[in-house]
Ligand binder design. Structure first.
Ligand code: AHR
Length: 517
């Protein structure tokens, strides 16, 4: 999609051809960034920094929830260490309880006296027992502790529409209805605010194996009974199948406020995902190339949505995204527990840069998942906790929450690995809510430094995330191997110039008056 909004990225073929040689002999490859003061699109909704929590492996039990009687310090059952770390990220919204789990979930299992809640088998994720000690009241308490909005995924696959509607009434009704009274008896007087409600999940797969036409009809049926004011999210594509987007928009757009998209970074297919650590230079490049495929997926999905909804009333929610590697050796494969390296942080940076270029349609995104599952912010082991490189990337990108993307032009050489050709540098520039201009720069090349000369005339300060090894990561023994460090960029010839070491991510703030036309 060519849009006036988008950052122009001009690959300089000449520079590209001589880049490896030049880098070895002459120092960094060179890129040029021109920043304007003109908005490139609507603001970056803070909700694109959303997260996802599913009853899967130790994503809830152990990772977030230890129960009020645990020796691990907790507040009403929620781990204090993990909650405090997440609070620092200003998580805007959390999606729960799944994923695939949601379409097997009966909300009634998770209310009332915890000791009397039914025990079910979690059939999607390893057939482990689910005792439902985390249910609606507990999750709502957690989201209030985080200060996050909730995005609940309702069961469209295996429960009737009446059950979905009753869950919403139970949570949000201020009336004297039997359901509202039941909520009060269970300890919550005031109704909760439920801002976002997902009508099913992956309706084409674990959410009911529905064909697009059927899914559109079923969506309309369920949406009819969700009468409380709530943003209704329809289950969209997750397999690169445009027909799902096409049919959902053609047949059901009147019954939705947002359509979901799932995009996982899995370079070699589901059967050959590869390890989270110990990869080679090709494994690095393929991962980044696949992550950048998000751009095309969003562009294509937006194009179809534009055809049916030129006013852009229906938002696109990328409510599952992130890297999906082989599970860590020695762990239960169904728990999707994986390490998280500098490469994962690069994927997150490139993905946010893409979201920033599509703010006209992408209004929410939820990384999969928050703790101990897939591309997690936090990993835990008993009472120990570590923050992943992805956590630090989310932290560095915080100023982009609510910022306005600015039109920029980036001229960058290419980075090549085997047959893979990618821009060496990626960028995102936005005017923050505090008025400063924030620049995020990614040097994708793991071997060559890059120098980015800008048209700005003031030095800038910020933070850098980098490491010596491509698979550098934090472990429980060495939790500070990958950490952001302070970064300063000076003027060279009167122009702000940023030196990017190989495989690095930099975010700096520039006072707004420094921007030249
Ligand atoms: O995030 C893990 C799983 O991936 C989710 O449960 C499902 O929606 C997707 O296939």
């Amino acid at each position: 999609m060519k849009s006036a909004y988008r950052t122009l990225r001009v690959a300089c073929m000449l520079v590209s051809a001589i880049a490896p040689l030049a880098a070895a002999a002459l120092g960094p490859v060179e890129a040029t960034l021109t920043v304007t003061q003109e908005a490139a699109g609507p603001r970056i909704e803070p909700t694109i920094y959303g997260q996802f929590v599913e009853h899967l492996g130790s994503g809830v039990y152990g990772g977030l929830w230890v129960g009020p009687d645990s020796k691990i310090p907790n507040t009403r059952g929620w781990r204090n260490d993990v909650t405090a770390a997440l609070r620092k990220l200003k998580v805007p919204v959390v999606r729960w309880p799944g994923g695939c789990f949601a379409d097997d979930y009966d909300w009634r299992d998770g209310i009332g006296d915890p000791a009397k809640r039914p025990v079910r088998v979690n059939k999607n994720w390893g057939n482990v027992l689910e005792n439902n000690s985390v249910g609606t009241h507990e999750f709502m308490d957690f989201s209030e502790m985080l200060g996050a909005d909730v995005y609940l995924a309702g069961n469209m696959g295996s429960m009737p529409p009446r059950a979905m509607a009753q869950w919403l009434e139970y949570m949000t009704s201020d009336s004297q209805s039997t359901l509202a009274q039941e909520r009060r008896r269970n300890g919550r007087d005031k109704p909760w605010k439920v801002k976002y409600f997902g009508i099913g999940n992956e309706s084409w797969g674990c959410g009911g194996s529905m064909r697009p036409e059927y899914a559109a009809n079923v969506h309309r049926q369920y949406a009819t009974f969700l009468r409380a004011p709530v943003t209704r999210v329809a289950s969209g594509d997750g397999e690169g199948n445009d027909e799902v987007t096409e049919v959902m928009m053609a047949r059901a757009q009147g019954s939705m406020d947002a359509l979901s998209l799932h995009y996982y970074t899995v370079p070699n297919g589901w059967d050959h995902k590869g390890a989270a650590t110990g990869f080679d230079a090709l494994g690095w490049a393929k991962m980044l190339q696949t992550a950048m495929g998000m751009e095309g997926r969003i562009a294509r999905t937006s194009q179809i949505m534009d055809k049916h909804d030129p006013q852009k009333r229906v938002a696109l929610f990328v409510d599952e995204w992130g890297t999906w590697h082989d599970a860590e050796p020695g762990t239960n494969g169904a728990f999707l527990y994986q390490q998280n390296t500098l490469r994962d942080a690069m994927v997150a940076a490139l993905t946010f840069d893409i979201f920033h270029r599509h703010t006209e349609r992408v209004k929410m995104a939820n990384i999969a998942q928050m703790v101990n599952v897939l591309q997690a912010m936090v990993l835990t082991d008993g009472d120990k906790m570590l923050l992943t490189p992805t956590y630090h990337l989310f932290d560095m990108y915080q100023p982009f929450q609510g910022a306005t993307p600015l039109k920029t032009t980036l001229q960058t050489p290419n980075y090549r690995q085997g047959d893979i050709v990618l821009p060496a540098v990626d960028v995102s520039v936005a005017r923050g809510v505090d008025g400063a201009t924030y620049i995020a720069l990614v040097n994708l090349d793991p071997q060559h430094p890059a120098r980015v000369q800008t048209n700005l005339s003031q030095p800038a300060k910020g933070r850098i995330l980098s490491a010596t090894a491509m698979d550098a990561h934090n472990s429980f023994d060495h939790p500070a191997t990958v950490l952001p460090t302070p970064y300063t960029a000076a003027l060279v010839g009167g122009r702000l110039t940023l030196d990017l070491p190989p495989k690095s991510i930099v975010v700096v703030a520039v006072p707004s008056q420094a921007i030249q036309k």
